[in-house]
Design a protein around this ligand. Sequence first.
Ligand code: BES
Ligand code: ZN
Ligand code: MN
Length: 501
Amino acid sequence: MEIKVVTEDILGINTPAIIIGLYEDSKELDSVAKILDEAMGGAISQLRNDQEIKGSSGEFTLIHTLGRIPAQRILVSGLGRKNNFDLNTVRALMGNASRYLRAKGILSFCTTAYGIESGILKPVGCGQAIAEGAILGTYQFHNYRTNKENQGNTEEITIVSRESDLSGSLEIGVRQGEMIANGVALSRDMSNTPANDLTPSKMAEIATTVAREGNLDITILDRSNMEKLGMGALLGVARGSHQPPKLIALEYKGDPDRPKHVLGLIGKGVTFDTGGISLKPALNMENMKGDMTGGSSVIGAMKAISALKPKINVTGVVPTTENMPGGDAQRPGDIVRAMNNKTIEVINTDAEGRLILSDAMVYAVRKLGVSHMVDIATLTGAIIVSLGSVRIGVFGNNQEWIDQVVRTGNDGGERMWSFPMDDDYGEQLKSTFADMMNVGGKEAGSITAAKFLSEFTEGVPWVHLDIAGSYRMSVDKGWHVKGSSGGPVRTLINLALADSF
Ligand code: BES
Ligand code: ZN
Ligand code: MN
């Protein structure tokens, strides 16, 4: 898809369609809509007065211009209420509108830059949101279709601005949005790819390509490296699989003057989670190909960060393995020793994410010097019960860092909700035979999982994002399409861009 910015008179543009926006609660048409309305003999205002156009969010009205202006159609899209209007409205609208037009075979079109003329939005942010919404909302994953005859995909979007001094800023935003969306798309591709192809070795290969293209340092630990480092928790999970485990570390050094200031992104990379000996039921098990979405989020974010080049150090760590039953698989009751020497009684082999993350977190702090951590993991079915697929569950050990991550996520539309971490919850993990068990009881499963992880933070500010509900979408909506959401890739990128810890 190509996204262009032009400064042109809206009445002179020859295009199959032009998108304009209307608010629900503002009777006045904005200046662009007014110009088009007049050229169309009042068609837009009449539809509005007849209540056929309400301006509610998600509403689309396609008006054919029948030669009155060079543009062949006007797509009037509802923006919702004016005081709810923000960049996420634009992002969602562009996804919905691009798919709406694509379904009618319209693959090239123009759009106005919403909210800029009224000053509600800044042009860089608006350009970025338009690009992100359009690219992510038209994302397709066709790698496994033999019949490639699909309807095609959006080819060209032109943002029309009336003032040339806004065009430059819109353009900067568009290029930024493209880099970010490409990072998200990489994560979606990995997450949608089935586990027979997306093995731990394949993840390492993709990370190697990202490192080469983005000039990142990369380290890939294999089984023998892990043994030397004492990563017994990660190795225990990997025992059941014929696929060798890998631990991938990508380092972006954007601020060499502050070597001790390093954002660490740690992503769960279970390329398939059968549950292991504590085998999962068959129903919906295919979705466990996406149990590496924390890891792909980190790799996608590192790709975008290496392109955006912010002045900050960011290190991504992805422990990756399958969780399979097998003759040498770990058993319930086995006791493993993590890299920080803590011993863990494995009560349930299906609670494998926390095991592989524990070694990765210790490694990130001790060997790679990360000073602030965010881990991202499809960790617990319980978070789906609490939050559904709407919000990401947030846990942590440092209120300021939690607040910052939650704010960043919510601002970008990757909505989050933070949970309590009272020590009482941790009592569930007490083991008769080891330092801790890997599962608690039936209650508060997402919190006890986070409590487990909190034993491996090595004293640095840490936030845990449980994305088991949000890593996968069941419908096309806004900038999401059915299949992998890509994970909170944009939040991770925005944390790096903000650098405010
Ligand atoms: N990968 C799963 C969590 C999950 C469930 C992700 C559904 C996406 C959708 C995780 O490894 C797991 O199996 N967790 C167990 C923990 C339990 C054994 C304490 C769970 O949630 O059932
Ligand atoms: Zn899992
Ligand atoms: Mn599991």
